[in-house]
Write a protein that binds this ligand. Structure first.
Ligand code: NAP
Length: 236
């Protein structure tokens, strides 16, 4: 699965129980890392052997701080959580829109802040944002705003937290359990529509993003970057 050697490193993945984050957990564990996966739900979660599972809610600053107090020293942090924020400004009041920002922006912010004092100096932080930051589509102003804010947060922190490296991945549509609640025909239509529109000719898989995260953790010359893993959606 992986050509990397992460033996002796500790990788923490928030959102590590499903989809993209889970694929990062699997790749990092296969590369020999000690891995901690964290999410709100820890019941009935099966992860690879040697992966520790912790509970955290990114919507709560105290929950995030408590997670980092429990897990101790670590080398790499990957943040891959938060619901997709759908709805136009006509549809969402600020009260309805704010929880999306609370989880995926302020939750990431709290995690980066908690990590900053604890992460090893040759470590890295990877924020999983989203292509919606720069590729606009109807009904996604909050998704665009949150992911654009994360790209700026990542770049700015690459300066402030150096030598710790900070990068952002902007995935396009990735087939994950995030869409499990959709009617199957609608879900498949969404994936097929994406495949038909992007140069790569397919929707993404969690491992497409996980291999990008492995690269960003491993390559010590890459920081302050936004890596598009989207099948080419930004060029159409
Ligand atoms: N899939 C896509 O098409 C796509 C495209 C662009 C960007 N992204 C971004 O990629 C990231 C991962 O998406 P995914 O598709 O892999 O989603 P997913 O399969 O639904 O997994 C989400 C993970 O985040 C955890 N999570 C959700 N809310 C949380 C919270 N408040 N605190 C802590 N953990 C939380 C979930 O576990 P619990 O529910 O148990 O907490 C789960 O482990 C998200 O930021 C998403 O916006 C996804």
């Amino acid at each position: 699965m992986s050509n990397y050697n992460f033996a002796g490193t500790h990788v923490v993945v928030i959102g590590g129980t499903s989809g993209i984050g889970r694929a990062v957990v699997e790749h990092a564990a296969a590369a020999g890392a000690r891995v901690t996966a964290a999410a709100r739900t820890t019941e009935d979660v099966t992860l690879p052997a040697r992966v520790a599972l912790e509970s955290v809610d990114l919507a709560s600053s105290s929950s995030v701080e408590s997670l980092f107090e429990r897990i101790g020293d670590f080398d790499h942090l990957v943040l891959s959580a938060g619901p997709g924020a759908m709805g136009t400004v006509r549809e969402l009041s600020s009260d309805e829109a704010r929880p999306f920002m609370d989880t995926k922006f302020w939750g990431y912010y709290d995690a980066v802040r908690a990590a900053a004092g604890r992460i090893s100096e040759d470590g890295s932080i990877t924020l999983v944002g989203g292509a919606a930051s720069r590729k606009h589509a109807p009904g996604r102003p909050m998704m665009a705003a949150i992911n654009a804010a994360l790209e700026a947060l990542g770049k700015a922190n690459a300066i402030d937290l150096a030598p710790v490296r900070v990068n952002v991945i902007a995935p396009g549509l990735v087939d994950t359990p995030a869409y499990a609640g959709m009617p199957e025909q609608v879900r498949q239509g969404m994936l097929d529509g994406y495949a038909a529109s992007v140069p790569a000719g397919r929707a993404g898989l969690p491992e497409d993003v996980a291999t990008a995260a492995m690269f960003l953790m491993e390559n010590t010359f890459v920081t302050g970057t936004v890596l598009d893993v989207d099948g080419g959606v930004q060029v159409i």
